[in-house]
Design a protein around this ligand. Structure first.
Ligand SMILES: [Zn+2]
Length: 393
């Protein structure tokens, strides 16, 4: 590397100090910093985790699919990788938290288990959310992760602990958990409860907020988000409607988010197919169908919106596969690192993507992050996968 004559030792030292200080940056200087970044001009990206682990057979196999929109409609408009895998190497685990982080970081095993709970992972390398916000002037509510209510641990994939990235570059999270915390705090502060009930509700709030261990109770709902949850509350409570549950609520949140928060990068963590762990095959196939309808609804929302139409790219990819154990009555009940649990797929559709293309070569789940990075106009420096050049027009 040729040394830059303008960077003497002193400026290098102060650069180091600035990098360290950025972790503690105050909102004002943070806003000034953001203003210096170039505006984001790439296409909007919607990353859909076809999750809770699914096999190729019930998703992309045209004769056995429970996801007709994905397989028969969207595939014609994009590039489908039928042989993507979580590589069969030591240390790669075919499960939800792990697969999600492989997708977000482009690296296997770039995280630590950070607590007593399973799936409480902290990434040590930056996530796509952070790269995007470090490179462009994108506000936190314009980078969103939509998460299920049963998997609170995955809420905290919104930032890594990498010293050059981290919490200042995190995305915002939308989930029923976030809504519950927001609403309860609001009610307590408005004097809604008295006496014993107040004590009980305060305890409840503390318990909920303690789940958010990475923010240590400092999670801030910025004003677009407060407005978002106020509207959600008015709609679902005042109208007497009950909000949808399971993955249907993720679809609903995604549609609301597109219409109100106008994200540049949105990730939806679908999960319903995973309920088959209980042993009922219909949970699996119904879950896939629910996710497929959700994808269709998000796709139609984008198509009906002048700003998003023709300026959005979708990537649909599972967190992991599932077993194919013929000795069990439900062969796909679990995902225990069997070869089939490593087998997934990826479909890219939309702006900048070649249409009606099926690629049958073996590719890796960690190739998704560098590919999306290239599409958004930055390099995922800490990713170890390769850019899937075939997708680009
Ligand atoms: Zn599972």
């Amino acid at each position: 590397m040729v040394p830059n004559p303008r960077l003497n030792r002193r400026s290098l030292l102060s650069y180091g100090a600035i990098a360290g200080a950025s972790l503690l940056m105050q909102p004002q200087s943070w806003a000034a910093n953001l203003a210096q970044l170039p505006p984001y001009k790439g296409s909007n990206v919607i990353l859909i985790r076809f999750g809770g682990g699914v096999r190729r057979r019930e998703t992309i196999d045209p004769d056995h699919t429970y996801a007709p929109f994905l397989r028969h409609v969207l595939t014609k408009q994009g590039t489908l990788f039928t042989q993507m895998e979580l590589d069969q190497i030591e240390g790669v685990t075919t499960s939800h938290g792990e697969g999600t982080l492989y997708l977000l970081t482009g690296k296997y095993g770039g995280f630590i288990n950070s607590g007593d709970f399973r799936d409480r992972f902290e990434s040590q390398v930056p996530t796509l959310f952070e790269y995007l916000r470090k490179n462009f002037a994108v506000k936190d509510h314009e980078v969103l992760l939509i998460n299920g209510e049963d998997r609170t641990a995955e809420e905290f994939f919104s930032f890594s602990n990498h010293h050059l990235f981290g919490v200042n570059y995190r995305c915002q999270v939308l989930s029923l958990y976030r809504f519950k915390v927001y609403r309860l705090r609001q009610q307590i502060e408005a004097g809604y409860f008295q006496g014993q009930e107040l004590q009980q509700k305060t305890k409840e709030l503390q318990k909920l907020e303690s789940l958010d261990y990475r923010n240590q109770g400092r999670y801030v709902y910025t004003s677009p988000l407060s407005q978002f949850w106020d509207e959600w509350q008015q709609y679902y409570s005042d109208s007497g409607l009950v909000n949808p549950r399971g993955d249907r609520v993720l679809t609903e949140l995604a549609v609301w988010a597109l219409q109100r928060l106008r994200p540049k990068f949105l990730m939806v963590n679908y999960n319903d197919s995973d309920y088959v762990h209980w042993g009922f095959p219909a949970h699996y196939t119904n879950g896939i169908a629910i996710i497929d309808r959700g994808i269709q609804r998000i796709f139609e929302t984008v198509a009906a919106d002048a700003e998003y139409r023709d300026n959005t790219t979708f990537c649909i990819v599972p967190d992991c596969g599932r077993d194919s154990n013929q000795f069990l009555s439900v062969p796909f009940q679990h995902h225990f690192n069997s070869p089939s649990a490593h087998e997934i797929f990826a479909l890219f559709v939309g702006k900048g993507i070649k249409n009606n293309q099926i690629v049958e070569k073996k590719v890796s789940q960690i190739d998704v992050a560098p590919t999306l990075a290239q599409l958004m106009g930055f390099k995922a420096d800490y990713a170890e996968g390769k850019v899937l050049e075939e997708v680009f027009v």
